[in-house]
Design a protein around this ligand. Structure first.
Ligand code: SF4
Length: 377
């Protein structure tokens, strides 16, 4: 049985060990998502999963042994790597090495909806993981609201006791019109119920919001409905994932058929601002921890940082169009990230050259930034 790794993890889990317990997505219908397109969902067997954990443990123990004798470390590491290649375990070797070097603090359970697994089976895996690596501090997973809403409070809490520390839910929006349009398979009430259930346990909750998903028609409604749901949930984290219309997604087909209207960077900042303005009575931390978000400075904890986050968005919206274009190209080309970068002559000259070389204008900037952003997904 080969060691397996799924295709994604949240950026906040970059240093985590990835343990794949299911393959792909049991829903696989969201129109904006092409990640698991054409791939069938399956639950991996306990034997397969335990074997992957054992493989990682074997490598980790070997690294720990090497550390005891630094004089031979390099040659022993090379021998271990060659052995891994010979046994077709190279991927596991690199995963274990990166995890070991990063301090082995966290584990991310893959793929898209691990909680769909039978609770007792999931708890067995969590226990095996914790027994194998007693010093891990955090075990996290993606899950769908629809699935969580059907799990009993007792089962959820027993997952927490077994060591599941954080759940990432792709809420995307809590606007029912948009949820239906994108075929998310869940409504606002279910999003709220699922979020509140997680909050009743000792599991941390991370909810994702996707500006742009409602197109032009539903931008404000999507922002306001989502804020209303988040106010009722008070998740530990709100994470922003700006919409990217992937050319292989059904949403792209909708766009081409003029069923879906696309917004651009400027409209998505306005939408995010509408959402943040309406967030009240919560203590969540908002994170812009993805390269596709235009303004990484929109981060902070409510209520303390709300005005500062709004000020960042207002700064961008108040810029003349030419300067918005400059910042957009600067950010998308990796030259600019912060407001202060717009005062940096060297960066400005670099971005201006990109604009000149590519003949970017106010008329074609949306196509250009779309193309640039595709590189990140
Ligand atoms: S639930 Fe998540 S992984 Fe599955 S189709 Fe929707 S967005 Fe994609």
């Amino acid at each position: 049985m080969a060691f397996e790794v799924g295709p994604i993890r949240p950026p906040s889990e970059a240093a985590s060990l990835l343990v794949r317990i299911t393959r792909n997505c049991p829903w696989n219908k969201c129109r904006f998502c092409s990640l698991y397109k054409g791939k069938e969902f399956s639950v991996r067997t306990q034997e397969e999963i335990f074997q992957d954990i054992d493989t990682i443990r074997r490598f980790v123990e070997a690294f720990q042994e090497e550390n005891k004798d630094p004089s031979t470390e390099r040659s022993r590491l090379n021998a271990l790597k060659q052995e891994a290649v010979a046994k077709n375990e190279e991927q596991a070797y690199h995963m274990a090495r990166n995890w070991y070097v990063s301090g082995m603090k966290s584990v991310f359970i893959q793929d898209a909806n691990s909680l769909v697994m039978k609770t007792s089976d999931l708890i067995d895996i969590l226990n095996y993981l914790r027994d194998s690596f007693p010093r891990i501090e955090r075990v996290t997973s993606y899950a769908r609201s629809h699935t969580i809403a059907r799990i009993s409070d007792e089962d959820l809490q027993s997952m927490a006791v077994a060591g599941l520390n954080r759940i990432h839910i792709g809420m995307e929006t809590a606007c029912d019109d948009v949820l239906e349009m994108i075929d998310k398979g869940v409504d606002k009430a279910t999003h709220i119920r699922a979020g509140q259930k997680v909050k009743k346990t000792d599991i941390e909750l991370s909810e994702y919001y996707m500006p742009g998903l409602g197109g032009m028609e539903f931008a404000q409604k999507s922002a306001w409905e989502t804020a209303d749901a988040l106010n009722q949930i008070n998740p530990d984290y709100i994470r922003i994932r700006t919409l990217v219309v992937h050319p292989h997604s059904k949403l792209f087909e909708d766009y081409q058929a003029c069923i879906f209207t696309r917004t651009n960077d400027v409209a998505m900042v306005q939408e995010l601002m509408w959402m943040v303005e309406r967030l009240e009575g919560i203590t969540s931390t908002l994170k812009s921890d993805h390269i596709i978000n235009l303004l990484p400075e929109v981060e902070g904890t409510f209520p303390r940082d709300k005005e500062r986050m709004l000020a960042v968005m207002q700064w961008f919206l108040d810029l003349p169009q030419e300067e918005q274009l400059l910042f957009r190209i600067g950010r998308r080309s990796g030259v600019m990230n912060l407001r202060e970068d717009m005062m940096d002559e060297k960066r400005i000259r670099r971005v201006q050259k990109t604009i000149r070389d590519n003949k970017i204008t106010l008329e074609n900037v949306d196509q250009f930034t779309d193309a640039m952003i595709q590189r990140y997904i």
